[in-house]
Design a binder for this molecule. Structure first.
Ligand code: 5GP
Length: 191
């Protein structure tokens, strides 16, 4: 069956397990394109430059904005994040669907540029679960955790504006749901 390459945005609050789900998804669908975002945030332990993110200075980021290099960009927790056109276009030209793991604000901006983009929200099973996952990660200070929780709650309220919601109650199950959803959008004439 022929597949229609689509742009899939995957969003959800920090700690909802998006990163893990996207890694699992990539194992099951290695043919999907995945974009590397640019950010002004400093690398966390374990992150690899040019793989996790393009870690750039504020000046470089601003220059790229001025050049129109970004499909979308947004501010988050005092840092800037953006998806470069050069990360998306080669995949679409090659007929591959692309996954953008970005925030909700970014998702809505992608929808403006690509009305056919499919916006998928990864929902934590509960706020308590989200808080536990944020703490378990151990990479943030208490103040940062509180900020992320507050923002997470605000993001959850925007979930109904997404095309699809996947509850990450169990990562294997949630990944299967994600794979099936992507498959249905690529093979059906769904909008
Ligand atoms: P983190 O600092 O935890 O890696 O990411 C913080 C937030 O920024 C997450 O919600 C993540 O999805 C979002 N993010 C990462 N890359 C991009 C991007 O290119 N554009 C936008 N709008 N958000 C991004």
């Amino acid at each position: 069956m022929s597949r229609i390459p689509r742009l899939f945005v995957i969003s959800g609050p920090s700690g909802a397990g998006k990163g893990t789900l996207v890694s699992l998804l990539r194992k099951r669908r290695p043919d999907l394109g995945l974009t590397v975002s640019a950010t002004t945030r400093k690398p966390r332990e374990g992150e690899t430059p040019n793989v996790s993110y393009y870690f750039v200075t504020e000046d470089t980021f601003s220059a790229w904005v001025a050049e129109g290099a970004f499909l979308e960009h947004a501010g988050n927790y005092g840092n800037r994040y953006g998806t470069l056109w050069s990360e998306v276009n080669p995949h679409l030209k090659a007929g591959r669907s692309v996954i953008l793991e970005i925030d909700v604000q970014g998702g809505f901006n992608v929808r403006k540029a690509f009305p056919d983009a499919v916006l998928i929200f990864i929902m934590p099973p509960s706020i308590e679960d989200l808080e536990a996952r944020l703490r378990h990660r151990g990479t943030e200070t208490e103040e940062q955790i509180q900020k992320r929780l507050k923002r997470a709650i605000a993001e959850l309220e925007l979930a109904p504006q997404y095309d699809e919601i996947v509850v990450n109650d169990d990562r294997k199950r949630a990944c299967s749901e994600l794979v099936a959803l992507i498959d249905s959008y690529e093979t059906d004439e769904r909008n």
